[in-house]
Design a protein around this ligand. Structure first.
Ligand SMILES: [Zn+2]
Length: 208
């Protein structure tokens, strides 16, 4: 099963596995330019726990536009937090951003990207698990497209300004997005509350 995918409200099952509990530390991140993005590595003891398993944060990176879509709707930016457990299993948490106010948490990272320097960040401030999440087993969206990657896509949008999106875009001057892959009948699971009168997943994604 390959990633990214379109998450449609008609292909959703439910899970009772609680959202990841996030224990990241404020730490130094070291950007590494791959030619398509900056992978921001950390040596910090930053962990998450999910489904009785502990994973360490290895790196995070951004994509313009977002890679996963929701009933065809694509957001302008996503952050991918890549984790590994002691068995080498990969788990990626995706946080999606819609345009609005300036995101001051991202500001130091964006400044550092332009200068090619390391930066200090507590990335837990870019993740909000309170509105639940989507989960499925997919792949890396870049080569070697390794499968067996657990994807957790948070159901709460973050804000980013249009200017910040353009700043990041201008570093590479191109979209860093893999095409949507065929679902092949895979089940995407959702953990969260269903509100009355909200009939699409994108409805759940509307920020407060
Ligand atoms: Zn990614």
């Amino acid at each position: 099963m390959q990633s990214p995918i379109d998450i449609g409200s008609d292909s959703l099952d439910y899970t009772n596995i609680a959202p990841p509990s996030i224990a990241y530390r404020e730490s130094e991140f070291y950007p590494e330019n791959t030619g398509w993005t900056l992978l921001n590595f950390t040596d910090a003891e930053s962990f998450i726990n999910w489904n009785k398993c502990k994973y360490r944060l290895v790196q995070f990176h951004l994509h313009t536009s977002a890679e996963h879509t929701f009933n065809g709707l694509r957001f302008p930016l996503t952050a991918h937090f890549v984790h590994s457990n002691t068995g080498g299993d990969l788990l990626v948490i995706a946080s999606l951003f819609d345009t609005g106010e300036t995101n001051h948490i991202l500001t130091p990272a964006l400044e550092a990207f332009k200068e090619g320097k390391s930066f200090i960040l507590n990335p837990s401030n870019l993740l909000d698990t309170r509105r639940g999440y989507f989960v499925y087993s997919g792949s890396l969206t870049t080569e070697p497209h390794t499968e067996g990657v657990t994807w957790i896509i948070l159901n709460q949008l973050q804000k980013v300004s249009q200017q910040q999106v353009e700043e990041y875009y201008s570093i590479f001057g191109k979209e860093t997005v893999r095409d949507i892959q065929n679902l092949n009948g895979v089940s995407v699971k959702f953990f969260g509350e269903i509100s009355e009168g909200v009939d699409t997943i994108t409805g759940y994604l509307t920020p407060d």
